[in-house]
Design a protein around this ligand. Sequence first.
Ligand code: FPP
Length: 237
Amino acid sequence: MNKDLVIPKHIGIIVDGNGRWAQERGLSRSDGHKAGFDRLKEICLYAQEVGVSYLSLYVFSTENFKRDKKEVDYLMKLFVLLYKSEFKDFMKKNIKVVFSGRREPLPKDVLTSMDKIVEESKNNTGMVVNFCLNYGAKTEILDMTKRICLDVLDGKLKIEDITFDTLDEHLYQNLPPLDFVIRTSGELRLSNFMLYQASYAEFYFPKVYFPDFTKNEFMKAIVEFNKRNRRFGGNQS
Ligand code: FPP
């Protein structure tokens, strides 16, 4: 790796294209998700190796519950498998795992796996992986607003004291803003992913389907990020 490359502190990945990857190979959608799952783990470990501090992964949107029951059930099985078979490698690498999204209507075994992962990794000091699971940004903003209102009603917070820090503290996770958002498969949409946190992020849309998003593709993305001129609304070049 080129040592002069700037590594984005917080990267978001919209995992997309598992289904098309499978279809092109005459495989089932579940096979595509399994290939995506394996790739996701590889990318998590690699991101930590190259020095990423926060990695947010959009793996299941609130809208994904509208898919066929068979597909949803398979994805839920993978979320349980994450704890049962893969999580030990995250622990070995000192990775802290958190989740963003609503708990309802996730099945009990998924919630149990998520809780165990969070509890067991909470004191890890390496990269933070934020799985956006049953996540939607508009729902997050709605939930944040309700939490702030409750704090005001409970007398814990005065309206005049509400700042951007207050908003951050009431989101699902209080993470630094996204620097770089990658969406695989060539679709040019945010699809309700971390709208607030992505305010000044750079965007990158590689054409490859997620199961083909190799370490090499990840490095290509970092090289692309280094070509961008981030001005944050100012005019310095
Ligand atoms: C989008 O591809 C992918 C998903 C909706 C699921 C992503 C899930 C995984 C990578 C596996 C599970 C991960 C964990 C953390 C256990 P798509 O199905 O929308 O693809 P398509 O647009 O080609 O149909």
